[in-house]
Each structure stands twice: as structure tokens, then as C-alpha cells.
Ligand binder design. Structure first.
Ligand code: B3K
Ligand code: ZN
Length: 881
């Protein structure tokens, strides 16, 4: 017996709702075990609905305690209620009011969907389908209503009562010791944007004056004692609000914007209207506990959620298949914001690394799906790198193809035309077609087709005719459910670099598809010819990673070395260094596998030396360029019959060789003061620390006599988390002498701070070496391990499964076994966390036969479980298919 796969929901089956809900009045009496929710819904038949059409409302684990229609109790014969649905068999033909009372045990809610408690605070998570865990409702994004929420609770337990929109009334309630607050949100919204918070929280206040002169009250609410860690998040919020006005002409639209940070949260944050709820990891920061990466993430996530106010909230999705309409666009917007706040090339490289390490493997494996999927069994499993990150790349390509001006005009039209609506990708694209007078029907394939296009490139220089021809072809390798594909529109930003290192000023001969510095590939096969090219140029293609594709451009090492040294596009310069390193790492991995470990190529090592000495590169870019491709990146490049041990050995070999090569050049950076005076998380200071820590990463294995001492000193004397964690990681991952002392010192110092302790669990889980598995098992019994806290589970288990390739994919299968057991245990408590962990098996077929057989049996074990959640059932079925 196995649990049933949930029925398939298909895009082609979309039907508009039979009923409208215009107004919702919620009366919520908060109590940890027995919260009473009375929802009064103003309902009406939608246009075209026949009289007497049953009204079917969604529910999930609900207990109905009262039901009235137009103020009268409904007889039992007039409705049918289960935990999952409420059906009114023959509702009135004219508008009517339904009053539904439900009782909820928030304390027992371990799924963290709907109303739950986190460290004593009541909070909610409704996207995608959590509102139906609060009351019966048409829980779908195309039902937009105006909400009024009255919250009532014990004053002592919940002095803070927050809802969506603006606060309209507060006072003492009838019940002694209780008080209430009424919130009204004038903007019609879908139920997934509903939120409430009640608890004893501290407030970090500020204000923002919009471009049109309206003053907005801003607050960040956190647990008492954490008020001092909100400054960066608040600063990021104000910069986001200003930027959205300047870059996109979007102003905020309520009197107040509240953010609440909670410690138990299934994902990063949630854009509820006027009341964003955040995983505290993306709010709290001070130099003692947060790294530079944490600061950058906070800035990006605060911006992302804020930007949703227009792209997601004011204009929302018609159905969940359109998720990328809000997510892809909002990721694009937050990427642009971060690029403007920091260094554009450094941000682009970081985003592309993320895309390649998360989205490319998803697109190449059993969980591949289009940016706009056509079918799902559990929508929570579609908050993926494909919908988010590839979705953002599609918007970026649109901008590249149309140009900044037409892109902005299209977006303005979209905001104008669809404000207040729940809409679709078609409607979005139509705005750009109209604004730019162009046809985007072929471009729309980016939303329809899964898989990463592979673009092959060959070039020919004909010195006699002085022509240079670029032959391009594209194909998408088959993915599940998609055997063949159509050619996509692929914008390829390029440059032809002459022998002097300068870009040649060339336009292609008539008839080619080039415009400006972008070649547009639209056919399966296409040639572009340039004339008057007397000497052979080097083609720098896919500058800035202008399309989410794999490039098969067989550049010789001479050309790659030239690009690594000369390309004036910083992204492609970085890419050339990466490609050189990758080619050598693949060669070394394969040699190691055959038992004949080689030596890294001297010319590659010298490229790194040149980077280290290049005074024109800023520190952050230099640190990024000096970072070797990750083990997962190398595995992806190898593609099949993967042996993670050989990859690890090859990468370590190259790291050591580089450490020796860089030698004395490392010393000044290793000893560099990582900040002067007060700590600042700005991009320049962070870049300085990144470079110093990158240098230390090599110095640790350089063979220098003082290497151990220097790393230990960095750990001991660090006055900020970035430096402390970088040193701790070296001590633990390289098993240096002070490993245990350092872990113990770190624990004593940070025991009381759970975000800092997540890093302690994570560092140990990611340590290469066969003893890690046993260590992870011991850590699962540590008093500070908490299987109910998603951050802690991710820090220990997700980091192990996705960040420790040699130990997760151990050749004895013990890593797979640990994760399979954990998925099964977590699934009962929190299906979303379990199914996310389960996705770490997604590349199992690419492993060598012994390992993939072991992974398969771990997956089969999960699959044979009788009462698997819908979330995990969906992932395991697709992973095994
Ligand atoms: N929209 C939320 C994600 C909701 C996830 C639901 N399983 C956060 C975001 O993308 O901004
Ligand atoms: Zn989002």
C-alpha cells in the first residue's frame, strides 16, 4: 500500500470562479489551542453562473463550529462540511452573506501553514493554500476581496496585534484582560496575501516619505532583545522604497508598512499586503552574528518582498500556473536593485552562479518543468529555481531584446492596464508587444518549454574575403514529458575582440539577425557573417550571460587565455577563467578516477596569478574570480557516471597547486586589515574581506609553516562574523589542529543566538571526510538541534545533502540512508520541509552505477511509505519516473 498521488491540476482546465467574494470580515479570537475565527463573506454569483449552482469552499484540516446564511443558522440539510470542503448546495441567486465559524489549534500546527505559533507569537502563512487552514474560502488567487480583520487576544500575551492594511481601531475587549485591534485593507487581494500577527514583540520604528509626499510609518517587529539587529533591514527597506520609485515609478500605497521577523518559517519571507512576515534570518543582522553574505541576502529579500507590492499584490496571478508572473519579475527587480546598490558585474556573476548551480541541474533532471508549468500535483513544490531564477532570466532577456526604453514602456503599460487584476503571462507579454510593436509569440516559448537550450558555436575567418562567420545552432536535450522542442529566441550579447584587445566595431552583413551588440538566434541553425575583417578576432559570446543557456563553444586554450586576460566584459572575463579551470578540473577528475592523478596545467595556474596581481580588478571581483568551480558544478559538467570522490580529490589538488603558485602574493591579503574602524557591510568593505578570506583559503593549504597559526589567529581575533566563520570553515573542513577547540569556542560564544548556531551546524555538516556522517547523526541529538525549526533542519540536513557531495553520495549508501530516514521523519511534522530536502536526490541518475543504485533504493524506501504527504509523494514519484 502506498499513499495516493494527489489529482493532477492542469492549466488547460482553468475555469473562472462561479462565485465572487467582494468583502471579508474576519473576527479572530486568539487562543493558543482554540482560536475562534468568524469569517463573514459577502458573496455573489459570478457573471454567467446559473442559479442554484452549489458553492464549494476549500478547507484543510478545519473544524466547523457555526454556519449562517444572511444571519440565519443553516439547517444541516443545506450544506455538507468536511475538514477539506464546505458545500452549500443551493445558495441564493442574489448577493448573500455567509458567516462561518471555525476553531483552530495554532499550537499543534507543525506544518507552519495557516495560523501557527513561533516562539509564542501567533503568525500566519497563507501562500499558496494556507488560508483554507484558517477558514473555508474560495482559496484561489483570482478571487479578490477587501478584508477587514478584528483581532482579539489577552493583552499580557499579545500586546501587539497586526493585520493587513491600515489600523482603524483599538480598544479593550469585553472579555476581561483582552484587547482588540481592527485592521482594514482597502486594496482587493487574494486570500494568499492575508496575514495576522499577535504577540509580545519589540518594535523598531521609522518613517518614509514617498515621492508624492505621503508619510508612511515603517516598523520592524522582532523578539525582545533583538531590536538592535534591525537597522540594516530598515535601511534596506527605505532604499528599496526609493529605488522602486526611481527605477520603476512605483510608490507605496498604504499608511503603514510592517515587517515581522519570526524564527520558525518554511521559506525566506512572505509579501502579505502591508504586513510582510520574514524568516528572522533575512531581517536580523549585526557584525557579531551576520556575515557579509547575510547582509547582502537581507538587502535582497527585503527588496524582493517590498517589490511584490506592485508585482504580485497590486497585480496578482490568475492561477498558480502563472506564479512566474510575480516571482520571475520580482526576482529580476530585486537583482537589478542589488546591482544598483553594489557592483553590477559582481552581482551578475553571483546570480549566474546560483542559476547554474540550482536551476540548471533542476532543468536537466527528473524535476524539470517549464517556467510556467502546465500541470501540478502540489503547488508548494513549484516554488523552484526554474520559476524564480529562470523566470527572472526570461524577463532580463525581454529587456535585452526590446531595449531599456521599450521594456520600461511595456512594464508601465502592464502596471497601468492590469492594476487590481489577477492576470496571466499572455497579458503581460501583450503589453510589451504593444509598447514595442513587436511579436513575442516565439519568445513566449521560454515560458512553455522546459530544459536548458544548448547553443553550439563555430567560427570561420576567411582572410582572403575578409569575412568572419559565426555559425550557431540550438537544441534542448529531451527532458521528462518533452521529447522534442522548438527553437527559442536567444539573445546573445557579443564582442569581436581584435588582436589589440579592443572590441572591433563591426556590424554583420545584411540579412543577419544582429542588432547592436546582440545577435538574436531564432532558428535551429543560423549563420552570421561579418565583413571587412582582415585579422582573425576572438569571439566573446554570451556576454553578461545574456540568455540562460549552455554554450558549446570549443574555444582553444589560447583564445580562452586571451579572453581571461583581455575581455572588456567583466562577466566573460570571469567566465573564461572559470572555463579554463573547469576544463582542467574535469581532466584531473577523470585522471584521478583512473588512478592516475595528474598535475594542474601550469598555464591555468598562471592565469590565477595574473588575476591576483591585476590592479584593475576590484576586490570582490578578484575574490570571485579566484574561486574555483564548486564540486557540484564540476559534477554537472561531467554529466554522467559521476564519482564525487574523484571530483573532490581533483579540486583539492588544484587548490593546493594554486596555493603554491600564488605563494607570496597571498601574504599581504592574508594579513590585510579587513576593516578600518567601525565595521561596515557595504560592498567595498565586504569585497575586501572576501578577498582576504579567499587568500586565507589558499594560504591554509600552501604548506607555509605558519599557515595553521594564521588561520587560528584569524578565528580568535576576528571581530566580525564574516572573518570568524571563514576561519572556522577552514579549521573544520581542512581538519586543522584547532578544529575542535574552535568549534567549542564558537559554540560557547554564540550558544544563545540561533542564527549564529545554524552556521555552527552547517559548517560541520559540510565538512568533507567520512567521519562527517557520524557527526551529523550525533548533532541530530544535540540539545540545540530542533527538528521543528526549519532553519535548523536546513542548516544540518539540507547542507549535508546539497553541500557535501562526497558524504551525501557515499559509496556505502549511508548518506542517502540518513537523508531518506530524515525525510520520512520530517514528513509527518512538516511536509514542505521534508519534500524540499527530498529534492536533494534530483541528480541521482547522473551518479556512477553503484551510487545511483544506492540512491534509487533510498528513494524506493521513501516511496513505499504508506502515508507520505502529498508534497513528498509528488517529489518522490517524479524523481523516480
Ligand atoms: N511568495 C513567497 C513564497 C511563498 C512560498 C509558498 N510555499 C515568498 C516570495 O517569493 O517572495
Ligand atoms: Zn517572491
Amino acid at each position: 500500500m502506498r499513499s495516493e498521488t494527489a489529482p493532477a491540476i492542469r492549466l488547460e482546465d482553468y475555469q473562472p470562479p462561479a462565485y465572487r467574494i467582494d468583502k471579508v470580515h474576519l473576527d479572530v479570537r486568539l487562543d493558543p489551542q482554540a482560536t475562534m475565527v468568524t469569517a463573514t463573506l459577502a458573496l455573489a454569483k459570478a457573471e454567467g453562473t446559473a442559479d442554484g449552482t452549489p458553492l464549494i469552499l476549500d478547507g484543510d484540516e478545519l473544524v466547523l463550529t457555526g454556519l449562517k446564511l444572511n444571519g440565519q443558522d443553516l439547517p444541516a440539510s443545506a450544506y455538507e462540511a468536511t475538514a477539506e470542503r464546505l458545500e452549500i448546495s443551493a445558495p441564493p441567486a442574489t448577493p448573500f452573506e455567509l458567516t462561518i465559524t471555525t476553531e483552530i489549534n495554532a499550537e499543534a500546527n507543525t506544518k507552519l501553514m495557516g495560523l501557527y505559533r513561533s516562539s509564542g507569537t501567533f503568525c500566519t502563512q497563507c501562500e499558496a493554500e494556507g488560508f483554507r487552514r484558517i477558514t473555508y474560502f474560495l482559496d484561489r488567487p483570482d478571487v479578490l476581496a477587501v478584508y477587514t480583520t478584528r483581532l482579539e487576544a489577552l493583552k499580557t500575551d499579545c500586546p501587539v496585534l497586526l493585520g493587513n492594511g491600515n489600523l482603524v481601531e483599538t480598544g479593550d475587549a469585553e472579555t476581561p484582560g483582552h484587547h482588540y485591534a481592527v485592521w482594514h485593507d482597502p486594496h482587493p487581494k487574494p486570500a494568499y496575501l492575508f496575514a495576522l500577527v499577535a504577540g509580545d514583540l519589540a518594535r523598531h520604528p521609522d518613517t518614509f516619505t514617498t515621492a508624492s509626499g505621503k508619510m508612511v510609518e515603517l516598523n520592524i517587529f522582532v523578539e525582545h532583545g533583538k531590536e538592535g539587529q534591525c537597522g540594516w533591514a530598515m535601511d534596506s527597506l527605505k532604499r528599496s522604497m526609493r529605488w522602486d520609485e526611481e527605477a520603476f515609478g512605483r510608490e507605496y500605497d498604504l499608511d503603514v508598512f510592517n515587517i515581522v521577523a519570526v524564527s520558525d518559517f518554511n521559506m525566506g519571507a512572505m509579501e502579505n499586503k502591508g504586513l510582510n512576515i520574514f524568516n528572522d534570518k533575512y531581517v536580523l543582522a549585526d557584525p557579531e552574528t551576520a556575515t557579509d553574505q547575510d547582509y547582502a541576502n537581507i538587502e535582497a529579500v527585503i527588496a524582493h518582498e517590498y517589490f511584490h507590492n506592485w508585482t504580485g499584490n497590486r497585480i496578482t496571478c490568475r492561477d498558480w500556473f502563472q506564479l512566474c508572473l510575480k516571482e520571475g519579475l520580482t526576482v529580476f527587480r530585486d537583482q537589478e536593485f542589488s546591482a544598483d546598490m553594489r557592483s553590477r558585474p559582481v552581482k551578475r556573476i553571483a546570480d549566474v552562479r546560483l542559476l547554474k548551480s540550482h536551476q540548471f541541474p533542476e532543468d536537466a533532471g527528473p524535476l524539470a518543468h517549464p517556467v510556467r508549468p502546465r500541470v501540478y500535483h502540489e503547488i508548494n513544490n513549484f516554488y523552484t529555481a526554474t520559476v524564480y531564477e529562470k523566470g527572472a532570466e526570461v524577463v532580463r532577456m525581454l529587456k535585452t531584446l526590446l531595449g531599456a526604453q521599450a521594456f520600461r514602456a511595456g512594464l508601465d503599460l502592464y502596471f497601468d492596464r492590469h492594476d487590481g487584476e489577477a492576470t496571466t503571462i499572455e497579458a503581460f507579454l501583450a503589453c510589451f508587444e504593444e509598447a514595442a510593436s513587436t511579436d513575442l509569440s516565439q519568445f513566449a516559448l521560454w515560458y512553455e518549454q522546459a530544459g536548458t537550450p544548448l547553443v553550439s558555436v563555430e567560427t570561420r575567418h576567411d582572410p582572403d574575403h575578409e569575412t568572419f562567420t559565426v555559425s550557431l545552432s540550438q537544441e534542448i536535450p529531451p527532458v521528462p514529458g518533452q521529447k522534442s522542442s522548438k527553437p527559442a529566441v536567444i539573445p546573445l550579447r557579443f564582442g569581436l575582440i581584435g588582436p589589440n584587445g579592443e572590441d572591433m566595431d563591426l556590424t554583420p552583413a545584411d540579412g543577419s539577425q544582429a542588432s547592436g551588440d546582440v545577435l538574436v538566434l531564432t532558428k535551429a541553425q543560423q549563420d552570421v557573417t561579418f565583413r571587412n575583417v582582415s585579422s582573425r578576432p576572438v569571439l566573446s559570446l554570451l556576454r553578461g550571460f545574456s540568455a540562460p543557456i549552455r554554450l558549446n563553444q570549443k574555444l582553444g586554450s589560447e583564445d580562452l587565455l586571451f579572453l581571461a586576460a583581455q575581455d572588456n566584459d567583466p562577466f566573460n572575463r570571469w567566465q573564461a577563467v572559470q572555463t579554463l579551470a573547469m576544463q582542467d578540473l574535469v581532466r584531473l577528475s577523470e585522471a584521478t578516477r583512473r588512478g592516475e592523478p595528474g598535475m594542474p596545467a601550469q598555464e591555468v595556474l598562471e592565469v590565477f596569478s595574473a588575476v591576483m596581481r591585476d590592479a584593475s580588478l576590484d576586490d570582490a571581483l578578484k575574490a570571485q574570480t579566484l574561486t574555483l568551480p564548486s564540486e557540484a558544478d564540476i559534477a554537472q559538467e561531467i554529466g554522467k557516471d559521476v564519482d564525487p570522490d574523484a571530483i573532490h580529490a581533483a579540486r583539492q589538488l588544484m587548490r593546493r597547486a594554486l596555493a603554491r603558485q600564488l605563494g607570496m602574493d597571498l601574504v599581504p591579503y592574508v594579513h590585510a586589515q579587513t576593516h578600518n574602524g567601525a565595521y561596515s557591510p557595504d560592498a567595498e568593505a565586504a569585497g575586501k574581506r572576501a578577498l582576504s578570506n579567499r587568500a586565507l583559503h589558499y594560504y591554509a593549504v600552501s604548506g607555509a609553516e605558519d599557515a595553521d597559526q594564521i588561520v587560528w589567529d584569524r578565528f580568535r581575533t576576528a571581530d566580525n562574523m564574516t572573518d570568524r566563520l571563514a576561519a572556522l570553515t577552514l579549521l573544520v573542513h581542512d581538519h586543522m589542529a584547532q578544529e575542535d577547540v574552535a568549534l567549542e569556542a564558537y559554540r560557547t560564544r554564540h550558544e544563545k543566538n540561533s542564527l549564529a548556531m545554524d552556521k555552527w551546524f552547517m559548517t560541520q555538516a559540510m565538512a568533507p571526510g567520512s567521519e562527517t556522517l557520524a557527526r551529523v547523526r550525533v548533532l541530530m541529538t544535540h540539545p540545540l538541534y530542533d527538528a521543528g525549526n526549519p532553519n535548523r533542519v536546513r542548516a544540518l540536513l539540507q547542507s549535508f545533502a546539497t553541500g557535501n557531495p562526497t558524504q551525501f553520495a557515499r559509496s556505502d549508501g549511508a548518506g542517502f540512508k540518513l537523508i531518506a530516514e530524515s525525510v520520512l521523519a520530517l514528513d509527518k511534522r512538516n511536509p514542505q520541509v521534508a519534500s524540499r530536502l527530498l529534492t536533494s536526490f534530483r541528480s541521482w541518475r547522473a551518479l556512477d552505477p553503484q551510487r545511483s543504485a544506492l540512491a534509487e533504493s533510498a528513494l524506493l524506501r521513501i516511496s513505499s511509505c504508506e502515508d507520505l504527504s502529498r508534497d513528498s509523494r509528488d517529489i518522490v514519484d517524479r524523481t523516480l519516473q
